[in-house]
Design a protein around this ligand. Structure first.
Ligand code: FE
Length: 174
């Protein structure tokens, strides 16, 4: 509707939301000040959960990798979206570099190993990961996997260990 022709332009939606709709998630400090919110994933690698979507099988998280950290070689059966918030990284399997401010789409079938160059102190990237991360050796032999449920379990154990309580993860689960 053209501007000026809607007398109710600033009137909120007047009806109830669907009764089965899930509550929204609002995380004011997405890049947290409290270091306890970073869940350790590997040496020099952490993730900060934002939405652990068990009903659709994906997770939204910030991935943090410090100098010399590596996210082990893995295959994606579903798409991944990434937005680099800080620092820079690349995959051993590609010749492009993801720099601060870059958006990355990783199509299904990608198998890659994420590394941070030695001259970058820290990188933080916002990732949507769908389905699973299927960890493999250089020839594709499976070494394990992660999905939204293993991520939830990791959060639960970590939040308990750092004193936030295992139920703290609930605010990120939908
Ligand atoms: Fe990946």
């Amino acid at each position: 509707m053209p501007a000026g022709h809607d007398d109710h332009a600033r009137m909120p939606f007047q009806l109830a939301f669907p009764k089965d709709a899930l509550p929204e998630i609002v995380v004011p400090d997405a890049i947290p000040n409290d270091e306890r919110l970073w869940v350790p994933q590997a040496e020099n690698v952490w993730f900060r959960p934002l939405c652990l979507n068990r009903s659709q099988g994906y997770w939204m998280n910030l991935l943090k990798v410090r100098k010399s950290g590596v996210v082990s070689r893995h295959r994606h059966p579903q798409a991944v979206h990434g937005l680099v918030l800080k620092g820079r990284w690349h995959y051993l399997e590609h010749d492009w570099v993801a720099t601060e401010g870059a958006y990355v789409f990783e199509p299904p079938g990608e198998t890659h190993t994420l590394v941070v160059p030695d001259d970058v102190e820290e990188m933080i990237t916002y990732f949507q990961v769908n389905g699973i991360m299927y960890y493999v050796d250089p020839w594709g032999k499976n070494l394990g996997f992660e999905d939204v449920f293993t991520k939830i379990d990791m959060c639960r154990a970590h939040f308990e260990a750092v004193g936030l309580g295992s139920d703290y993860v609930g605010r990120f689960i939908r």
